[in-house]
Design a protein around this ligand. Structure first.
Ligand code: SF4
Ligand code: SF3
Length: 543
């Protein structure tokens, strides 16, 4: 075995990628990512043992969340970028370790590297499989993956200038705990739930950051056809990158289209006002394999999910920013004020053909908490009168597996008196189906990106209050969530922390859950997988 990774839903055989990632990650990249996590644990140990004032170490805080984010599935395939980040983190760690003089520290806090071979050896010794007990490994990895998702959301909030020191404090606490071999499975179950608690805080922080900067999302119809100008496609989750790109492309004759998780940007008043933000091109992330070909112009990845491009021609049109990276693609760095110069992308766009139209029509979205609560009277009335029988939360991720056709079929076959609440790229499985409306309320309510699952929780909590219920699980809401990468892990842990039970998770349960840990999730939280569409609809409707 040359590598081991089981952090995402597409992991080989459902158990682990051992030679090369199904995502395209090679052995070196996998190992460097493991080593980056190991250094992060060492820094966390120093923070915790020296009782450092987290407020006073902002450079370490910021590099910590960037490091975690870099290791998310499909975010960064650039071996050199990851190596540079390891070296940067070791430098920060060593400087900071002076605070911990005299304290007993573990290897993660003190190891040194001399060359690439020593880096790879260190990574092999301290990768996922270095924890022998499969249940302890399962719980530790679940916490790590939750932290990766949390870090991604915190990183976006930071780009807007918002941070919560408590979240950094928790990240250090959790990573340091993972180095402590005396922790029992019960301790780690408690840490997993606490990760969910901080996941709620991270999503609330990002919600606050996004809405304070760009306004509250509002109902918006997004064009999915094309215009005749040359254009740039922007993907990922970072709204500040989009804002800067829109500013810089103004009056240049270059249009900007969103792809996949950037679609919800259209719902924000301060972004939709740009005349050069013209529509959304294509579907969810994995469709890029064909869609980048027909888009014809340059593509900017602000975060995950990158699929290794299948030709040099396409690779030459891909740019990355922030935590994203791909070998051979230009990475746009920010200056000390957070400004990014996108002129190489704009200049390339001017020389490219306009996008080829692949579909026409509109997608309607913008149903984040503020907008839905503005419609609360109508929604409550529809529930009371029986015209809405049930809400289905179908948030989460999309992916390549054929088995995900389940979600399209599930959405199509749901009774017409049900409403789908969604967030994340999972929506692309059913958001162009025209499923109709119930008394003017669309049957698919898209709250936004995966982090906007927070909005769905806020809506549920408000409905609980309006209906005067004592338990959130008494609401007519069912959860049929699709997952792929680690942001979905933090969303799931956040929902569990908030008390939601009986969540169904598909298309397969995580490979990182050992049978015993899966058993705990089933027993304590009623977590379940998916079955056939008909059986599942029957089950949900009769609950
Ligand atoms: Fe495999 Fe997923 Fe890890 Fe990629 S991220 S190596 S596909 S488990
Ligand atoms: Fe999608 Fe990658 Fe998860 Fe943000 S963009 S939801 S998969």
């Amino acid at each position: 075995m040359s590598m081991f990774c089981y952090q995402c839903q597409e992991t080989a055989k459902g158990t682990g990628c051992e030679v090369r990632g199904v995502c395209g990650k090679n052995e070196e990249v996998a190992k460097f990512q493991d080593l980056l996590i190991y250094v992060c644990k060492g820094i966390s140990e120093i923070v915790i043992k020296s009782k450092a004032d987290v407020k006073s170490i902002s450079e370490i805080n910021h590099q910590m969340i960037k490091s975690l984010f870099i290791t998310i599935t499909n975010a960064n395939f650039d071996e050199n970028a990851i190596k540079d980040q390891i070296i940067k983190m070791i430098g920060l760690r060593n400087e900071f370790r002076e605070q911990a003089a005299g304290l007993k520290l573990s290897d993660a806090a003190v190891f040194e590297i001399t060359d690439e071979v020593s880096m790879l050896d260190k990574a092999t010794e301290n990768g996922v499989l270095s924890t022998d007990n499969e249940d302890i490994r399962s719980l530790k990895e679940m916490v790590t993956y939750g932290l990766k998702g949390m870090a991604a959301y915190t990183y976006h909030a930071l780009n807007i200038g918002k941070e919560n020191i408590e979240i950094y404090g928790f990240i250090y606490e959790a990573l340091a705990a993972e180095l402590d071999d005396s922790l029992s499975a019960d301790d780690l179950v408690a840490l997993t739930l606490k990760t969910g608690e901080f996941g709620v805080k991270a999503m609330a922080l990002l919600d606050e950051a996004n809405t304070s900067r760009y306004g509250n999302p509002e109902i918006t119809s997004v064009n999915i056809g094309v215009r005749s100008n040359p254009a740039i496609l922007i993907s990922g989750h970072d709204l500040t990158d989009l804002e800067q790109l829109l500013e810089q492309t103004k009056d240049t004759g270059v249009d900007v289209y969103t792809h996949s998780e950037m679609l919800p940007a259209h719902y924000y008043p301060e972004l939709k006002k740009y005349e050069n933000l013209v529509g959304n091109y294509g579907g969810s992330w994995w469709n890029q394999i064909t869609e980048f070909e027909t888009f014809n112009g340059p593509v900017l990845f602000t975060t995950n999910c990158i699929v290794p491009p299948k030709s040099e021609e396409i690779r030459a049109r891909i740019f990355t920013s922030g935590a994203a990276g791909y070998p051979g693609c230009i990475h746009i760095e920010e200056d000390e004020n957070g400004k990014k110069d996108f002129s190489p992308i704009i200049e390339m766009a001017k020389k490219c053909k306009p996008p080829t139209e692949i579909e026409t029509g509109n997608i309607v979205g913008g149903f984040a908490h503020n907008q839905v609560l503005a419609l609360a009277d109508k929604v409550v009335e529809a529930v009371k009168s029986g015209s809405i029988k049930k809400f289905f939360v179908m948030a989460g991720c999309d992916g390549r597996m054929k088995s995900r056709e389940y979600y399209t079929e599930f959405a199509e076959k749901l009774p017409k008196d049900t409403i789908i609440l969604t967030a994340g790229c999972a929506k692309f499985r059913y958001n162009k189906l025209n499923l109709g409306d119930i008394g003017g309320i669309p049957r698919v309510l898209d709250a936004g990106q995966c982090n906007d699952s927070y909005s769905l929780a806020v809506i549920a909590m408000k409905l609980k209050e309006v209906f005067g219920l004592s338990d959130i699980n008494e609401l007519p809401i069912a959860f049929n969530i699709a997952w792929y990468e680690q942001k979905a892990v933090i969303v799931l842990l956040a929902l569990l922390y908030l008390g939601f039970k009986n969540i169904h998770l598909g298309p397969t349960l995580p490979g990182f859950l050992s049978p015993a840990v899966a058993g705990v999730l089933v027993e304590k939280f009623g977590i379940a997988g998916i079955g056939s569409v008909e059986d599942d609809i029957n089950l949900f409707m009769n609950k």
